[in-house]
Design a protein around this ligand. Structure first.
Ligand SMILES: Nc1ncnc2c1ncn2[C@@H]1O[C@H](COP(=O)(O)OP(=O)(O)OP(=O)(O)O)[C@@H](O)[C@H]1O
Ligand SMILES: [Mg+2]
Length: 347
């Protein structure tokens, strides 16, 4: 049985001229034979992660190991073989071929692997039986419900009996009756000794899992007292696209906020000095950092959790910070004693 070990996985996209980094040093281990839920809200990188594991997307850096295969180094015939034999993928949109009936859809990967038409058909019919579709084998996708189409997609992913199955939001577009059928089938798959990774934002699926991997922290971290942080000139405080945890108030020194561009360059947004704060919006709203913060000089910062920052500045000031956030402040905001200070361009 093959497990799945992901280490330091980073994916960068360029979108609208800026760099997005939905996965930034992501680590996870899924035990062999486990059914793992990859849980996280829309946009947190679930499809990106599964695409990397499926060998469809090359990450910017990091490692993905399953059994004795290092997925990120595969290419050519070895990559084709991996995609075909080792990993079965059920996509968010089922990607069934509309002109083929259920059996023919499941036969596609079998035929591509060189299996005879007769053997492929027998295997497809057997698989459709396993996903409770024996009575629908000759229906085209258009004549099947969402749950039934999802089950055809699952049967197709299992065609070559891969040890690793990935399902991207398998219950996203289904009503609760259909969800129940799909859940049972996914659970049965794992009980057959395969390793299964299912991405979802739906916490109702939690009881299904042997293991839960959270892609984004849930809820707000509790208020804790602010901590002093010393950074050296040139050091990065946080990086654009990374997960946002803390809000910073400058005690001493200078911080620059820059936006990273696609092709390696960057665009200055604002320079901040003692008494000003930065990085409010990400932690307050659970968003990724929209810019990079770096020390221009040696600097001393006070780092607040979102809750502690809210307590420190009070609701009215917090509302002002949010209204003003994201707007570059030319020449910096007014200096007042921390933390009830002027805000700044606020990633
Ligand atoms: N090809 C791309 N180019 C640029 N940005 C992308 C690309 N694909 C995804 N992204 C961005 O990367 C982030 C993660 O996207 P991803 O599709 O992996 O999220 P997700 O967790 O699957 O979301 P959902 O639950 O909505 O399916 C998003 O902010 C998305 O806008
Ligand atoms: Mg997705």
């Amino acid at each position: 049985m093959a497990g799945l070990t992901i280490t330091g996985l980073t994916v960068e996209y360029s979108s609208g001229g800026y760099t997005a980094r939905p996965l930034d040093g992501f680590d996870a281990h899924i035990a062999p034979g486990a059914l793992a839920l990859l849980l996280g809200p829309s946009g947190c990188g679930k499809t990106t992660l599964l695409s990397c594991v499926a060998g469809i997307l090359s990450p910017t850096s990091g490692s993905i190991r399953t059994g004795d295969i290092e997925v990120t180094t595969l290419s050519g015939a070895a990559l084709t073989e991996y995609r075909r034999r080792h990993v079965g993928v059920v996509f968010q949109a089922f990607n069934l071929i509309p002109s083929l009936d259920a059996t023919e859809n499941v036969m596609v990967p079998l035929r591509a692997a060189g299996i005879s038409r007769k053997a492929a058909r027998a295997r497809a019919v057997d698989l459709l039986g396993q996903v409770d579709l024996a009575h629908r084998i000759d229906h085209r996708p258009g004549a099947l419900s969402g749950g039934q189409q999802q089950r055809v997609a699952i049967a197709r992913a299992l065609a070559l009996d891969p040890p690793l199955v990935l399902a991207d939001e398998p219950t996203a577009h289904l009503d609760y009756i259909q969800v129940e059928g799909v859940l049972r089938i996914l659970r049965r798959l794992a009980d057959g000794g395969r390793t299964i990774a299912i991405s979802t934002h739906d916490e109702r699926l939690l009881p299904l899992a042997d293991q839960v991997v959270e892609l984004a922290p849930r809820g707000r971290p509790p208020a804790r007292p602010p901590e002093l942080l010393d950074v050296a000139a040139g050091e990065t405080v946080f990086r654009q696209g990374s997960r946002a945890e803390l809000i910073f108030v400058i005690e001493d020194g200078e911080i620059e906020i820059v936006r990273e561009l696609d092709h390696g360059g960057e665009e200055p947004i604002v320079r901040l000095v003692a008494g000003q704060h930065f990085g409010e919006i990400g932690p307050l709203f659970g968003l990724a950092r929209s810019a990079t913060a770096r020390a221009r000089t040696d600097a001393r910062l006070l780092a607040y959790t979102a809750a502690a920052f809210g307590d420190a500045v009070g609701p009215q000031r917090l509302a002002e910070v949010i209204r003003g956030a994201g707007v570059p402040v030319s020449g910096g905001a007014p200096r007042i004693d921390a933390p009830s200070t002027g805000g700044a361009g606020s990633p």
